[in-house]
Design a protein around this ligand. Sequence first.
Ligand code: SF4
Length: 264
Amino acid sequence: MTADETDLARKRRARRMARLLTEAHPDAHCELDHRNALELAVATILSAQSTDKGVNQVTPKLFARYPTAADYAAADRTEMEEIVRPTGFYRNKADALMKLGQALLERYDGEVPGRMADLVSLPGIGRKTANVILGNAFDVPGLTVDTHFQRLVHRWEWTEETDPVKIETAVSKLIERRDWTMLSHRIIFHGRRVCHARKPACGACTLARLCPSYGSGPTDPAEAAKLLKGPRAAELAELAGVPAPAANTATATARAAAGKDDTP
Ligand code: SF4
């Protein structure tokens, strides 16, 4: 972080950036389809090394076949492997789902618990997964430190920590607890749509003024606007005060009309 920025100044800057993210990504949400905590736990386990879209393609069949923890516990391994195969690492994932079902049945009457300490004691569930479940199925605020989250908070110099748990602690001191879950979604959306790993769209980013890494990607507005992704590319350009390229607008509008946002 910049040497002369005080803790208070950093907190104020972080909160201003969080407000801009709220404005930029009003559609931010958990992109894993689910109807209850068990489905979200299962979808989150399947999302390792896979896209949310890929997971959403297999879960309707999976959830219909295994509606309860007991169903996962008693599953036929080969059948489950076949269903989850498109998400990759299917043997490990099927094994994790069966073990999760067994543990839930043995220790929690088949229900997914709503406490961090209980969740991380379950097979296949680490702290990141637990925060996704707490935030989205139990309304318990949680920061989900995934790769987008790590990259962006480093670029923003919110923290220098590299360990996900330490990043979570550092960001928890900057942002009010009640905002943690939605902030996580918005950061992930910003990482997918604007602040890409390789070529961030700096010249078309609403956070540019407050971002110490402005200039990591193209600053030319026209060039940067072309890098914006997702169905709201035109709105994102507008918010950043730059014109959206015509081709980009047309593509974004067509994709939005088709209800598609396949940014990874
Ligand atoms: S200014 Fe550039 S580096 Fe900073 S958040 Fe925006 S896209 Fe990312």
